[in-house]
Design a protein around this ligand. Sequence first.
Ligand SMILES: C[S@@+](CC[C@H](N)C(=O)[O-])C[C@H]1O[C@@H](n2cnc3c(N)ncnc32)[C@H](O)[C@@H]1O
Length: 311
Amino acid sequence: MEFSHVSVLLQETIEQLHIRPDGIYVDGTLGGGGHSYEICKRLSEKGRLIGIDQDADAIAAAGERLKEFGERVTIVRSNYCNMRRELAALGIDHVDGIVLDLGVSSYQLDAADRGFTYRVDAPLDMRMDQRQTKTARDIVNGYTEHELYRVIRDYGEEKFAANIAKHIAAAREKKPIETTGELTEIIRGAIPAKIRAVGGHPAKRTFQAIRIELNRELEVLKNSLDDMIDLLNPGGRICVITFHSLEDRIVKTIFKTNENPCTCPSNFPVCVCGKKPKGRSPIRKPIAPGEEELVYNKRSKSAKLRVFERS
Ligand SMILES: C[S@@+](CC[C@H](N)C(=O)[O-])C[C@H]1O[C@@H](n2cnc3c(N)ncnc32)[C@H](O)[C@@H]1O
């Protein structure tokens, strides 16, 4: 299957990165290489782009797309939480810009065998990194009903989490749940018909929740952002595109804390904790896609771009 993915907030991200032709840039979620391609176009022979992705298909597709830039590009198959270590292995300790375009690519969503979506009947997989052994099948069949409830409630923000978990637990008593199609039917049966008729797809939130849990998406993001800010040279920027409020809240909080890290009580006349701001966000509000982008790329609907500049 051809790797197809329309990059979200592409021009806005490139503008915000303030690319220096001889700078070093990292794309921590390389995907099809859409953002990386635009960065590379702006680099001189001295500039460098390090592209990281944990998905073998993305690595292959981006490698092909970026090959015209030759030595300027280095592609690494890894989790972006290992960014510091991967850069150190390349002899790099600081960079001029970082991009994270979170979540899954359209290619991953549409692939017949990856099991990310309720739209395609496939084995329950959902691994972004195919080297990982745990799959969505292990979560659906192996978590207790209460654990499933917690995942679906917290990561899907699903009102019917308890009922969905109950239906899954009952169904797997008869036989293990193997496919996205089976899971979708079970979820459908757990959501009242009246709600099903008006809301979005009944399985959307549960699939999102299982994917986030399996790939530890929020944990990885939370544990990586501070380190990425530390990797930036003065004036360097990190641009993060999120697709739901759970991710966005993490980015917003971490950027704010780095802008104002002081933990002294508000009635202290001077700061005694000694924590200094590491930089600031150059934009007052997150950037959302414009009307034109929303027309040609529906997937961009919930996207938000946040930016932090290192001082
Ligand atoms: C939305 S796509 C990126 C698309 C890319 N910006 C483009 O324009 O072509 C997200 C990509 O990030 C990868 N990804 C998500 N979380 C990751 C992580 N923690 N470490 C490495 N790659 C990750 C996914 O495998 C996927 O290929």
